[in-house]
Design a protein around this ligand. Structure first.
Ligand code: BES
Ligand code: MN
Ligand code: MN
Length: 456
């Protein structure tokens, strides 16, 4: 059967299979979901077998396993390594969801569930696109699947996995659907991702919680101090004050900034969607530049002292915060973590001590637009959307992408079909059925054009 007819004839089944996967609460960050996370790995493996791979395995790591599968059609054809993740972000607070996060529901042409877009929905497009290519006898490349279960917690075991399995992971290019496009009528392809440095800080004052009347005013309050320290991390122009923070930032050329300025972006719509009356950010840069080409520093959580019911008059012993820094080329995770630690220790006033604990990190990536893989991806989208995709910079991070390049020498194509408005990591995450099917339809053209262009 013709491939597009096959997709059309099997669309409902494709969606039902995705719904079954979305019902599994594979939250990697929360160990109470460990069993379900493993169950999701098995589900993906079984789905790949049914879709027609030659072999599929759930390979253990120190953390959650990697699902690996392959179909080698012909050694003379290029090999595409498809990467995705079966783990999802925590879905708390549940009460903010219109329908429960692990009971997928379809409303207004969208499927609502945790992981609907990030990344189960996008990853599953590849499984079904692959099935459609096998069934229509149009599989133009060898294919390997590497679907991991720790992306949302930093992929710390995947780097070692790649090194140990270098032979097995040999490929020509990595294909990833885990990013967004501008709009359903404005296709785009991310050519950059930001890196990440994530740290936790602890500020300690007195050796115990104190009576805030008996001691207040005479002893440094770690929460007050932490608030001051955090406030000092940006200056009046919203520049980050960490010493040396911008040393390695690659300035974007005026030409690239001009091109970015032409990308469709509706500031009013942006504000309306978020319920804010003004945007915020580094002086001299547009909103799109602030998320695309500039680094950031944000507190993700802050706590300490008494937060229970009513009032307790206490001067706390400790205060804490979790801080993320998004990085751009050529900053690195290690470099920025080190600079942050030094700076934060330096600005701590007498009367408190500070401890900085690094969490996960990752390096930024920037991919060329004149490569075979980018051209094949652009042509594939052109074929199915009827429009040339616009190169864009994604603000989020997929730490493993930089490692693919470093450890496996592989470039990645960020072939995302989601939208920023899909509420990734938020309550009511969803994925458009249009996007799900469009992805399934478009992916095989990438295989076809990539094989053709590689040969030429
Ligand atoms: N799929 C996202 C990353 C993303 C989303 C990139 C949209 C570009 C556009 C990924 O699952 C994610 O959330 N990554 C984390 C990385 C972290 C947990 C190490 C992130 O960006 O916070
Ligand atoms: Mn993701
Ligand atoms: Mn995510």
């Amino acid at each position: 059967m013709n491939r597009n007819n096959y997709i059309e004839a099997n669309k409902d089944r494709f969606l039902n299979e995705l719904i079954e996967l979305l019902k599994i609460p594979s939250v990697s960050a929360d160990s109470s979901f460990a069993k379900d996370t493993l169950k999701a790995a098995d589900y993906v493996k079984e789905a790949l077998i049914k879709a027609g791979v030659d072999l599929a395995e759930v390979i253990p790591t120190k953390g959650y396993p990697v699902v690996y599968a392959e179909k080698m059609v012909d050694a003379s054809l290029p090999t595409i390594l498809v990467y995705g993740h079966y783990d999802v972000q925590p879905a708390t607070p549940y009460e903010l969801w219109t329908t429960p996060p692990f009971e997928p529901a379809i409303r207004d042409g969208k499927i609502y569930a945790r992981g609907a877009c990030d990344d189960k929905g996008q990853m599953y497009m590849h499984v079904k696109a692959f099935e459609a290519m096998v069934q229509s006898d149009t599989l133009a490349c060898n294919v390997k699947f590497m679907i991991e279960g720790e992306e949302e917690v930093g992929s710390s075991n995947l780097g070692p996995f790649c090194i140990e399995n270098r032979e097995r992971l040999k490929a020509d290019v990595v294909l990833i659907s885990d990013t967004s496009m501008i709009a359903n009528d404005t296709p785009s392809i991310d050519v950059g991702l930001r890196g990440l440095s994530y740290v936790e800080v602890e500020v300690t004052g007195p050796n115990r919680d104190l009576h805030s009347g008996v001691y207040g005013g005479a002893v440094a309050n770690p929460i007050n101090i932490l608030a001051e320290m955090i406030a000092s991390l940006h200056d009046e122009n919203k520049h980050i004050t960490v010493e040396g923070f911008y040393d390695n930032v690659l300035e974007t050329s005026q030409e690239d900034r001009d091109a970015m300025a032409k990308t469709p972006f509706d500031l009013d719509e942006f504000k309306k969607d978020l319920g804010i009356n003004e945007v915020w950010g580094e002086k001299g840069f547009s909103t799109m530049e602030r998320t695309g080409i500039r680094p950031t520093l944000d507190v993700n959580g802050i706590w300490g002292g008494y937060i229970g019911e009513g009032a307790k008059t206490v001067l706390p012993s400790k205060a804490y915060a979790k801080i993320s820094m998004r990085l751009v080329p050529n900053q690195t995770g290690e470099e920025i973590t080190e600079k942050f630690m030094k700076h934060f220790e330096k600005i701590a006033p007498a009367g408190v001590t500070v401890k900085v604990t690094p969490h996960h990190g990752g390096n930024p990536v920037l991919t060329p637009t004149d490569s075979v893989e980018f051209r094949a991806a652009a042509k594939a989208m052109e074929t199915t959307f009827g429009k040339t995709p616009i190169p864009t910079r994604g603000g989020g991070s997929i730490p493993i992408v930089a490692l693919f390049e470093k450890e496996l020498g592989l470039k990645s194509v960020l072939f995302g079909f989601g939208l920023d408005s899909d509420a990734l990591h938020s309550p009511n995450e969803h994925y458009g059925l249009f996007n799900f099917y469009k992805g399934i339809e478009t992916i095989p053209y990438f295989f076809q054009y990539y094989a053709e262009m590689k040969k030429a």
